[in-house]
Design a protein around this ligand. Sequence first.
Ligand code: UTP
Length: 478
Amino acid sequence: MCEVSIQGVESTRIKRLRERFAAQDQEHVFQFWDDLDAASREQLLEQAEAIDLPGLLRGFEAALRAQDGSRRLEPVRVEALPESGGNSIQWQTALERGEALLADGRVAVMVVAGGQGTRLACDGPKGAYPLGPITGRTLFEQQAQKIRRLRRRCGQPVPWYVMTSNATDAATRDCFARAGHFGLPPEDIFFLCQGMVPSLDLAGKLILAAPDRIFENPNGHGGSLLALQDSGALDDMARRGIDTIFYYQVDNPLTRIGSPTFLGFHAQAAAQVSCKVLRKRDPAEHVGVVARVDGRVGVVEYTEIGDADRNARDASGELVYWAGNMAVHVFSSDFVRHVAARAESVLPYHVSLKKIPRLDERGRKRIPDAPNAYKLERFVFDALAAAERVCVVEARRSEEYAPLKNATGADSPATARRELSAQYRAWLEAAGVEPPPPACIIEIDQSVLDGPEDVRALGIRRVEDAAEIIRTAPGDEA
Ligand code: UTP
């Protein structure tokens, strides 16, 4: 009796769903339904029910149309570093304002760590990558060290919101748990999992990864702004009196997490969102550019900027569009709510062609040898255009930017470790401590020393006096 009614409920569910999918020409996702057992049927039902098909297809069409649009660019106003013409008094004022914000307990930090790390080709989440040049500390541990230092400096919990995805969630939580949350109180760490979005083939059809599974990928770093709302993280922040979110990516070990100066500029400008930028090394560098795009502040991806704009120089020979996007932002939490409520228009999908394995009509897995599908993603920087007040602040590359993207070559573990070690060397020099010979690599425990001022404050005169905190080892060349 009970069995019959369960089957009845299931058949109504599948009937409705089939109609819904058939109306959008996507009924093929149920082609293996008759061969599925009960658990597989339930899995497919749940997944299909969660897909907003009309919204997805509208977003897909819009993304395809947007690809051909040409956009009018103008340079954006940037708070330049003192050495590139900025006002050093303003930088000092920003620092003090940011410190006050932190001391008032109004700041949270958020890392986006839901990416698949395809280019790095590591096992597990990128945040668990052992990047410490000597200790092999993971990226997460390095970040936790900085947060511990920040908490001590400002005397506030500075909660850490860690965004994962289906691809990284379990392994990330496991990594934190096994490491005792890196010495941070677990109640000040909030995991939130971003949404997934199906890919579509060249004919706009959903793709079956298995008879009971539609192929989906994490919905892009822009999904973070939705996840903050949907997971209850924004409510958690409100309960804690937090209204300012320092946002960064998991894969830049030089990020100055919770930088008071950046927070201060954001607050002084009463900005809804702020961006950190660095001077592009050359026109071809693979970073997006922060600019006015059709009159609104935005980011043009390096793949989307036209050659004339990419190479344009001013009278002094400087690139007109030099402001490379570091993907480090400050958001006001009210603005995140505003964006999350309007995601379809504010955070449109972008498409990129990929090779995605799929089942053929007979249920056999086919590995394509050419791109066969579009991956859809939302980009966090699209939110800039929805803001009335945006603040853009310049950063020094050597102090703040060493992305970890590829397994070898540029932006790889080797380059990121080198930059990290070079930064530690520069801190020692700035604090008047003799660094080890140039061939040596250096690694510093950033929960204790997070800059030259900490080295000075602790009265460290020689590297050997702080052997647990400042490690040195022979480098490759030694
Ligand atoms: P990237 O796209 O540069 O890195 O994302 P990735 O996704 O880890 O690696 P590839 O592209 O597959 O090689 C930049 C940042 O955005 C996060 C990543 O974790 C990284 O911190 N991200 C990206 C997400 O959190 N979710 C996404 O859906 C995409």
